[in-house]
Design a protein around this ligand. Sequence first.
Ligand code: MG
Length: 184
Amino acid sequence: MKSGKRIVLFTDIGDTIIDEGTEVRDEGGTVIHARCIPGARKTMRTLYEEGYPIVMVADGTVQSFSNTMRENGLDDIFSARIISEAVGAEKPDPGMFRAAMDELGLTDADRGQIVMVGNNVKRDILGANRAGLISVLLTWSDRRPFDEDSPEEHPAYKIATPPELIPLLERLEEETQRRESVTK
Ligand SMILES: [Mg+2]
């Protein structure tokens, strides 16, 4: 990776960045308008400007995400977009996470430096944990239950609002850099 940051952010979109309650769809089901969760746009732009590589790992259609990211000024922040429609699989399928890693040239050794944030324990958290990534559950929306049916659905970290992601990533980044300087 060219970026100075060691931590890479994989992010869900629905009820992680976009408030699903605001989605307006056309007759074909494509999302044509939606608003961000309060604080989400600023959070993602801040992380982007701080140099964290950000990869969209989301279930839905390419056009829907194209519409909502453009509308909310987040078009330019993604190093890659891994979308279930294009991949042909949905989270927690390992293919989604594998595709995201491949797009950024990340290897198995990098798994412990990849943060996956999402709102769905059955998709985002289970998938991230099985892939050996650092799972972060955002509990802002109550549209999905947070019940854990197995230890694999337990997030490494929980946040209640998007801005909490900033200090969490900064802490993980510091810990990673400190670990690397010790082992050098
Ligand atoms: Mg979601």
